[in-house]
Design a protein around this ligand. Structure first.
Ligand SMILES: [Fe+2]
Length: 266
């Protein structure tokens, strides 16, 4: 395994909510326009990346939209590692994004970093849960590679983010996740989507990070769902060989966010 001399360059995009019909809207926001703006900015600012991470809600409740996800992301020319969210269909995702540049990936090693992609979706509920098999996958990956810095990726937030209506839809057994992570000092970050907002916290040396959706944004701190006027965005990472992590969020105009909304797409 070659050891990277320079930082790994990884991007996170999340919560695409694509539908089969181009121009579909979620909470009044054109999901294709948001994604197109984000991808255009990525092509402009990040012509060379090691890979792109997509942390769930690739589609908005339409399994036939996975082909549009592939068509949108493949032209980036980099590996795109996906995982499912609560608006996805894990079986269809696994079948339709099984191979090629854009696919569901469980475990990735690049340079001296490893990335574990967990499935926190649970049938019939927007809330998250990590099955014993997911926690076992994580435990095994971390135990096998204590020499590699680790990033854990999932869809749902494993901790509350001070937004009461969203905090009812966290990973229900988040403490089980941290019980695993706390045994492995090489863990550098846990990253997720789901909340359609930027979020940053620390748990000891572990960065806890959420990233804006490519479609509608939610206002943090509200008791009821409220659309945020901020435009869509993505997150960049520079992951150094010594385990240092640099990161930031880029937002991309334009996206006019309506104040009215009918249905929560978290
Ligand atoms: Fe979402």
């Amino acid at each position: 395994m070659p050891i990277a001399a320079t930082p790994l360059r990884v991007l996170q995009v999340t919560d695409l909510h694509l539908k089969t019909q181009p121009g579909s809207r979620v909470w009044g926001v054109d999901v294709d326009a948001g994604l197109s703006a984000v991808l255009a900015r990525i092509r402009e600012r990040h012509p060379v990346v090691d890979f792109i991470l997509v942390t769930g809600d690739l589609v908005g409740d339409e399994p036939d939209a996975y082909e549009r996800v592939r068509q949108a992301l493949e032209p980036l020319g980099a590996p795109v590692h996906c995982l499912p969210g609560n608006h996805d269909f894990p079986a269809a995702l696994g079948q339709r994004l099984r191979d090629g540049l854009v696919r569901w990936q469980r475990h990735v090693i690049v340079g001296n970093w490893q990335f574990v992609l967990l499935d926190s979706s649970f049938p019939g509920t927007p809330s998250g849960h990590l099955a014993p098999s997911e926690l076992g996958l994580l435990d095994t990956a971390l135990a096998m590679h204590p020499e590699l810095h680790a990033m854990v990726c999932l869809h749902h937030n494993p901790i509350p983010t001070d937004t009461p209506w969203l905090d009812t839809m966290t990973v229900g057994n988040g403490e089980a996740l941290f019980a695993v992570l706390d045994r492995y000092p090489q863990v550098r970050a846990v990253v997720w989507g789901h909340i359609h907002a930027e979020f940053s916290a620390r748990r000891g040396d572990i960065h806890l990070l959420a990233t804006p959706a490519t479609c509608v944004q939610f206002k943090p701190g509200t008791a009821e769902p409220q659309v945020d006027e901020l435009p869509p965005g993505y997150r960049w990472f520079e992951l150094h060989p010594d385990g240092r992590l640099e990161t930031g969020v880029e937002r991309v105009e334009p996206a006019r966010m309506p104040a009215s909304a009918r249905r929560a797409p978290t």
